[in-house]
Design a protein around this ligand. Structure first.
Ligand code: GLN
Length: 451
């Protein structure tokens, strides 16, 4: 049924870069056979899923939305892919994304943009717009995203779906193409809080192949999602997440959500996180710095694209020509920014300062969580904007992640879930819930209460 739905709508939505029809049907048949033999089935047996094209999949193309990996077929599965298969999930295919997960609209994909199923002229968010669009258009009931600065939560918000960035280290990064390693985190996307929790439990857990993987039990997210409640909880409203640039209808729905939390028995506290105002600036030094280093491996010799190798050119020239042809403008901008920020003489002024801001943000969170159990905010300052509207204005594009970036810098957990439609444009608004590191279950408990 989901493959038929993809056939019917994906030409317009363009959520998928690759549909693995044969593989999906074979996986589904294998589940049926297991069931017929009376064998024990995985926890999500037979449930179809859309996988962001940033996770390696053995034998299935993985492009990261980039021309530089066009045609590359990974020889191995990411740990996350393997866990999905072990849970008997049916992987439908790979979803569209901003190139190397750099963007907030999926317009930076080298393979063309994805439409927002609510209004195809609008962006579905990014970088994981394909995964969220697949959910919103009923092409898949579950999806996977990655969140470096908001790429799970912002697409969830603008498509009216649920997305969770787990605590940093909760989900293995092994086989997840690296953008900014100290920020990148895979996570679940779904249409309900409970669905997200069921997927969370399958993909989270220690992995010896990822040196930053948390070696501790996964918080009880499914139990929390089944027992939604905020009675007696302290909920903080971050002072910094409103004001100039916030759409009136977004703030209206957010304020209503806060009222609902109060009615359900939560105590509402205003909290001050002054360093959050510096988060965007710090992120756009740290993320490009790490990306400039991570993307050095795309040299035209090891993977995918190779340009200009006519037998007369040096390896260095072939690398330069390949990177010139294979990377899009946003990726080039970030590699150049990052290389500059890390170069000797500038390192302390830029990268060093950004790391200090990162510590201040972490401290703001620590102080806030001494007062409250969770924080709430709008997920994004505005609803989905038009495709093309911010394409030539990187700064305007970067602002889409104003409310999501502090969590990545501090490494704690956050969820976005729908909280209604903005009256002025009828488009979905996202409510963000933020929890301390390792307390991911609180997101689900609060999310299930207000869903
Ligand atoms: N939009 C942000 C960026 O462009 C976040 C991307 C992400 O979370 N992968 O870097």
């Amino acid at each position: 049924a989901h493959l038929a739905r993809i056939d019917a709508v994906d030409e317009k939505v363009h959520a998928f870069l690759h549909v693995d029809r044969e593989g999906a049907l074979a996986q589904a048949r294998a589940v049926d056979e297991k069931r017929a033999r009376g064998e024990k089935l995985g926890p999500l047996a037979g449930v179809p899923l859309a996988l962001k094209d940033i996770f390696t999949t053995e034998g299935i193309p993985t492009t990261v939305g980039s021309k530089i990996l066009e045609g590359w077929i990974p020889p191995y599965d990411a740990t996350l892919t393997k866990r999905l298969k072990d849970a008997d999930v049916v992987i439908l295919g790979k979803t569209n994304m901003d190139e190397f997960a750099m963007g907030s609209s999926t317009e930076n994909s080298a393979y063309g943009p994805t439409g927002n199923p609510w209004d195809l002229t609008k962006i579905p968010g990014g970088s994981g717009g394909g995964s969220s669009a697949a959910l919103a258009s009923y092409e898949a009931p579950l999806a996977i995203g990655t969140d470096t600065g908001g790429s799970i939560r912002q697409p969830a918000a603008v498509t009216g779906t649920v997305g969770v960035k787990p605590t940093y280290g909760a989900v293995s990064r092994y086989g997840m193409v690296a953008f900014s390693s100290s920020l990148d985190q895979g996570g679940p996307c779904a249409r309900t809080v409970l669905d997200a929790a069921l997927l969370h439990e399958v993909i989270a857990g220690h992995d010896p192949l990822d040196s930053t993987s948390i070696d501790a039990p996964v918080p009880p997210v499914v139990e929390a999602a089944r027992n939604g409640s905020v009675a007696g909880m302290r909920v903080g409203v971050v002072k910094q997440f409103r004001g100039e640039g916030y759409q009136a209808g977004v703030l209206q729905r957010f304020d209503e959500s806060v009222e609902l939390l109060r009615e359900l028995g939560a105590e509402i506290v205003e909290v001050d996180c002054p360093s959050f105002d510096l988060a965007l600036a710090a992120y756009y030094l740290i993320a490009p710095s790490e990306c400039s280093s991570n993307l050095a491996r795309f040299d035209g010799l090891r993977y995918g694209l190779r340009t200009g190798d006519d037998g007369t050119r040096s390896a260095e020239d072939v690398t330069a020509l390949t990177r010139e042809a294979g990377f899009g403008p946003e990726v080039k901008r970030r590699v150049m920014l990052g290389t500059y920020a890390l170069s000797s003489g500038y390192y302390d002024a830029y990268y060093g300062s950004a790391q200090k801001v990162r510590t201040l943000i972490t401290r703001d969170f620590e102080k806030a969580f001494e007062q409250v159990d969770v924080l709430v905010s709008p997920t994004t300052p505005t609803t989905a904007f038009a495709i093309g509207e911010r394409a030539d204005d990187p700064m305007a594009m970067y602002l889409a992640d104003l409310c999501t970036i502090p969590t990545n810098l501090a490494g704690n957990a956050a969820m976005s879930l729908p909280c209604g439609l903005a009256p002025e444009d009828g488009l979905p608004v996202g409510l963000q819930i933020i929890a301390p590191a390792m307390k991911d279950d609180r997101l689900y408990k609060v999310g299930a209460a207000v869903e």
